[in-house]
Design a protein. Sequence first.
Length: 190
Amino acid sequence: MVDKWIHEKLKKSIGIERYNHSVGVMNTSIELAAHYGYPIEKAAIAGLLHDCGKLQGQINLLKMAEEFGIILDNVMTRNKELIHGPLGKEIAKREYNINDEEILDAIRFHTTGRKNMGLLEKIIYIGDLIEPGRNFPGVEEIRREAFIDIDNSILLAMDNTIKYIIDRGNLIHLDTVEARNYFLNLKNME
Ligand code: DGI
Ligand code: FE
Ligand code: FE
């Protein structure tokens, strides 16, 4: 479904393990898109490319972000694993010729989420966490809920992630906080 050159280029640039995870996210995103009525092809490309910013080897993420004109806030500067979202958006544009804003936003916000997320952003956010290769305490419940109530599954996933971040003594990104508040408010308005 996605052009072969994209698969080959991605495999080289992020490594086989991360590539296999990305194929898992692509397949789960296709299932979610079919379930919730989102264009399958767009979900497939976004799922496959969501981690295209996770380049292998020793690279200076800060320098690369600066070269791409990405403004990093202090949480991103201090938690470098958060940079691959915004970096991935730029790489998808420049190296994989993606121009679709929904796909680019889904890549950009797949790690933190954000308030008012669109359907593709939700599909990729949750697809990333429940693809078949994922195995963490609580994943089964989130997997089930993803096909029942995607908003509630994201809330469960965010609570899980935020607890994990706190346990490790790390900073919580403001987009993550705003996203959780957004989904919690949605639920309480029902
Ligand atoms: O790239 P993946 O490993 O497939 O998954 P990801 O992009 O969802 O997450 C990468 C890491 O980012 C994961 O360990 C959780 C972490 N993370 C998510 N939100 C935040 C965060 N880390 C910090 N410090 N703050 C956040 O708000
Ligand atoms: Fe990621
Ligand atoms: Fe991922």
